[in-house]
Design a protein around this ligand. Structure first.
Ligand SMILES: [Zn+2]
Length: 240
């Protein structure tokens, strides 16, 4: 009955699709970032300076800006209330640096304003980590029980898929959070005079839109995995 996933050709199709999606998206981000990290913004400010201006404008005074090592390691840490920027973003004066720095400030503003999708996302994070592992174990147990062919297999399988599906849920809730952070950056950069003119705005947009594609790819990959396991358990109808 082809018990283990690795003996199923469809498993490899799903894995390959996941790899192509995430690899392609991350290549796009790196490409866009590298291209626009060579285009200097006419304002001449660094990413860290732009981030500070945007925080000030939003009336946020309790968020620090720090420099961290790594390439594209930029993030906002809501627990420490710190915007951490990679060296190239922190010190760079390029459209890419300003775009990424202000995207991270976008998350700090969401946090300060208790932006609803962010609150939901933070609530799902612990479930997505812990729950998805337990979910996967339950999926395997369901397969041992015969999957959708009997009541116990079906019950355990549905519970497992529900828990495993929290990864997909996280990825979906993450989309408005990421799009909104980029939207805030794209809107405030010209408003604050940190970039000017349509060509600078379009450079920033290209970097941030490419970054957004990695989150879309993540959500699609999570959905493919969820559907694959639902199919393997026979819960989608099909054979078995
Ligand atoms: Zn983000």
């Amino acid at each position: 009955m082809g018990f283990f996933a690795m003996w199923d050709p469809l498993y490899w199709v799903v894995m390959l699709a996941t790899l192509i999606l995430s690899g392609g998206a991350s290549m796009m981000v790196k490409g866009a970032f590298n291209r626009y990290s060579k285009v200097r913004a006419s304002s001449g400010v660094t990413g860290a300076e732009a981030a500070q201006v945007m925080l000030n404008k939003a009336g946020i005074s309790d968020v620090q800006i720090q420099r961290v090592s790594g390439f594209l390691s930029d993030h906002y840490d809501p627990r420490a209330k710190v915007v951490r920027l990679s060296p190239e973003v922190h010190d760079g004066r390029s459209l890419a640096s300003l775009g990424v720095a202000c995207h991270e400030v976008g998350h700090a503003i969401q946090h300060a304003k208790k932006y609803t999708p962010l609150v939901w996302r933070n609530a799902v994070v612990p479930m997505a980590g812990f729950g998805s592992n337990i979910g996967f174990v339950l999926i395997i147990i369901s397969m041992l029980l015969g999957g959708a062919s009997n009541f116990f297999g079906t019950s355990v399988g549905l519970l497992g898929l529900g828990l495993f599906g929290t990864i997909f849920l996280f990825q979906v809730i993450n989309l408005p959070v990421e799009f909104d952070a980029s939207f805030r950056a794209k809107r405030m950069l010209p408003q604050l005079g940190l970039i000017s003119g349509p060509s600078e705005a379009s450079g920033v947009a290209k970097v941030l839109n490419a970054a957004a594609m990695t989150y879309v790819a993540g959500a699609v990959a999570a959905l493919l995995n969820l559907l694959y396991w639902a199919h393997r358990l026979g819960l989608l109808g099909g054979r078995r």
